[in-house]
Ligand binder design. Structure first.
Ligand SMILES: Cc1cc2nc3c(=O)[nH]c(=O)nc-3n(C[C@H](O)[C@H](O)[C@H](O)COP(=O)(O)O)c2cc1C
Length: 351
């Protein structure tokens, strides 16, 4: 029994977990071991499908089920060329929660998941899109601010929370981006969120398969080291990705400059130049997470990386977050009690 039970009941009921803490799907990182460890610890793990083909996703779900009998979800990127087949896999495996990431999903994809009894979660980068997702049938929303690791939007978590939470009450809303401690978690719950989603804090879990060098860099890094990728030219869009600065982030700047110069000099057409820039990061996350090449790969990390200080079991990280949240609430209750007793002394009637 936790003092947070009442605060996040809507989230725990929705997820079917003890704590309304989702382990945000992280490509190459959120596989069976981390996902099962999160769900076994009372939180909610989510498999990151990333670019996996349907056969590998099915295998991953089966292997995750072998490690936990608790609920877990699957995150699918909507641009995946085999999205229909991936949803079929989720149906066959009766995945209870499917998170559709990377844009606004089609009504048909949402319907296909709901028809087999799955719950659909979507990402809302604004209240307008949040309302649209609810109209399309999403059962819950995640709002993720630009403090997060990985692909990010332009708005901070705190501003998105103020924009979305008062306006969208029909479905549970989970907050992601920059949450590293229990106090922040509680403050979003008190603003009306049903739960939270964290990614960066779980990378250094002992159960996480990320390469030791990837974890070491997380432990050494501060918030200011996790920076968004920079677009050099307004004609050549770059989707910002927050990652720890390394040789690859420097190289990306020089590379954009070279490619754009080639385009301006007539050596490349615009489409080829744009594709070259887009392909720069292909395979880079795997290179860092799996191969441990943290200088030439992409070390995606959120600003909360500064709060990652050691390798520890998932259960310990979850307990830390919950305890911090509970202590924050009880310290505030104590302060109110002291204030109330001081006030009642001030107003003692004169005998
Ligand atoms: C290494 C890494 C990989 C990620 N990959 C994905 C992904 O494949 N799909 C997705 O929806 N979000 C992805 N994310 C975002 C997380 O799911 C989560 O929302 C985010 O990490 C929360 O913010 P935080 O990093 O501040 O805790 C990734 C984040 C990281 C750090």
């Amino acid at each position: 029994m936790s003092t947070l039970d009442g605060l996040w009941r809507r989230g725990t009921d929705f997820l079917g977990s003890d704590y309304a803490i989702m382990g945000g799907a992280m490509s190459w990182v959120s596989e069976r071991h981390l996902v099962a460890a999160l769900s076994n610890a009372g939180a909610f793990g989510v498999i990151a499908n990333g670019s996996m083909p349907p056969e590998l996703l099915e295998q991953e779900i089966i292997e995750t089920k072998a490690l936990t009998d608790k609920a877990f979800g699957v995150n699918l990127i909507i641009m995946h060329p085999q999205l229909d087949a991936l949803i079929e896999v989720c149906k066959r495996q009766n995945v209870s929660h499917v998170v559709l990431a990377g844009g606004i999903p089609s009504g048909n994809h949402i319907k296909a998941i709901k028809e087999y009894g799955g719950k659909v979660m979507g990402f809302a980068p604004s209240a307008i899109i949040g309302r649209k997702l609810v109209r399309l049938g999403a059962d819950a929303l995640v709002i993720e601010g630009m403090e997060a690791g990985g692909h990010i939007g332009p708005v901070t978590t705190s501003v998105l929370a103020q924009e979305v939470l008062p306006q969208i009450r029909e479905v549970p809303v989970f907050i992601a981006g920059g949450i590293g401690r229990g106090e922040a978690m509680v403050s979003y719950l008190e603003m009306g969120a049903s739960g939270v989603q964290l990614g960066t804090r779980f990378v250094c879990a002992s159960e996480c398969i990320a390469h030791a060098k990837f974890k070491e860099l997380f432990i050494r890094s501060q918030a200011r080291d996790a920076i968004p990728s920079v677009q050099l030219d307004p004609d050549f869009p770059v989707i910002p990705v927050r990652a720890i600065a390394n040789q690859a982030t420097d190289h990306f700047m020089r590379f954009q400059k070279e490619v754009i110069e080639q385009y301006r000099g007539g050596a490349l057409d615009k489409k080829t130049a744009q594709l070259k820039i887009e392909h720069f990061w292909a395979g880079a996350l795997r290179k860092a997470v799996i191969d441990g090449d943290v200088e030439h790969g992409s070390v995606m990390a959120g600003q909360s990386v500064g709060m990652v200080s050691k390798i520890q079991p998932v259960r310990e990280i979850i307990e830390e977050l919950v305890t911090q949240g509970e202590e924050y609430l009880s310290a505030r209750r104590d302060r109110h009690l002291v204030l109330a007793s001081e006030r009642s002394e001030e107003f003692q009637p004169i005998a």
